[in-house]
Design a binder for this molecule. Structure first.
Ligand code: ADP
Length: 333
């Protein structure tokens, strides 16, 4: 039994999210190499009867970092606490988590690259020596108390591995990068999830949704939920290829899986910045969205699809990007 001590800033308590998220590592699809490394580490830790080493997952959003962080403690029969980097503003925000730690339990910190330096330094001794120094009192009466912690496992997740400082990164024994999923893997996830949602889906419809899901399970799940609703509202609830096309067209998701935001990015780059090079801040200002959102959520897929490139002078649309947006390539002058 896993007791989840969920405190501040946990993931959204969305009913569908709970139904669809795999409960065990065996229910997870893909990420075979990561899975193999983790299984060995878990197996060895169990044989040694000691906590698992600290683990860092990096990769774009929606690829399974949180899912791994909730499945691993289940494999270990351990409890898990969920925290989020932006919620840990000062060392004192870590205290409720650290003092709640049980032997072998997991502390998951999402977006760990966003913790401030002071919190990070506090984590060093917690991770390395399983102890923390707490300052009690103020001014001349202040004294430092050394508090031992039970050995635990920190699981960090980040979409920006490059923003993590060297000393923090080095304190993770296992560092794994999560990559995008293949079409077959996403189709498999969709077929399994349709079962969980108790909806009937044709294989070709699942394949079509997978094709438009940008290699990302979270995107695939969201598309599936929308197509399910569409099929229920417009037909008898069975998801066919035709209904899938109609449903996705209605929300502006094209055959490559680009959504309206992706297309707006490309359109802005081509029309306003004449195809680039353009700086990310300039693009973000014009689109009126944050640069972080573009870097984390929009660009990885556009880069991977070779619709844009990132050059030292800024972002540029590729000939494929022009073609996809049905713009003519400017003539070389
Ligand atoms: P991240 O933490 O990397 O942003 P999540 O772990 O929250 O991503 O994954 C988003 C959703 O995608 C999960 O709720 C789960 O339903 C699905 N998912 C992620 N990885 C897998 C996987 N390997 N197999 C099946 N479903 C997955």
């Amino acid at each position: 039994m896993v007791r989840e001590t969920v405190a501040v800033q946990e993931e959204p308590n969305d009913e569908n999210e709970i139904i669809l998220r795999p409960k065990r590592m065996a229910d997870m699809v893909g990420q075979k190499e990561v899975m193999a490394v983790l299984q060995i580490a878990i197996d060895a830790a169990q044989k040694r009867n000691s906590p698992l080493g600290h683990i860092l997952f990096d990769g774009p959003p929606g690829l399974g970092k949180t899912t791994f962080a909730t499945c691993i403690p289940r494999e270990m029969g351990a409890t898990v606490q969920m925290a989020s980097g932006p919620g840990l503003k000062a060392p004192k925000d870590l205290l409720p988590y650290l003092t709640n730690i049980e032997l072998g339990s997991v502390l998951f910190i999402d977006e760990i690259h966003r913790i401030p330096k002071a919190v990070e330094e506090y984590l060093y001794t917690a991770m390395e020596d399983f102890r923390i120094d707490i300052v009690l009192g103020e001014g001349v009466n202040a004294r430092t108390v050394n508090l031992p912690l039970k050995p635990f496992t920190l699981i960090g997740a980040t979409t920006r591995a490059g923003m993590l400082s060297g000393p923090l990164r080095d304190r993770f024994q296992i560092r794994e990068h999560l990559g995008f999923y293949s079409l077959d893997e996403l189709t498999e996830i969709l077929l399994r999830n349709a079962k969980k949602l108790q909806v009937n889906i044709k294989n070709d419809a699942a394949h079509e949704i997978a094709q438009r899901s940008r290699g990302t399970p979270r995107v695939a799940n969201n598309r599936l939920l929308w197509v399910r609703d569409y099929a229920m509202s417009k037909a008898d609830g069975q998801i066919t290829l035709q209904l899938t096309h109609d449903a996705l067209r209605m929300t502006g998701i094209d055959e490559l899986g680009l959504d309206r935001q992706d297309r707006r990015y490309l359109e802005t780059l081509i029309r306003v910045f004449l195809g680039g090079p353009a700086g990310i801040e300039a693009i973000a200002h014009t689109m009126n969205v944050s640069a972080d959102t573009l870097v984390d959520e929009v660009e990885p897929f556009l880069l991977r699809s070779e619709l844009i490139i990132r050059s030292p002078r800024g972002r540029c649309a590729t000939p494929k990007g022009y073609k996809h947006m049905k713009y003519e390539l400017p003539k070389a002058s």
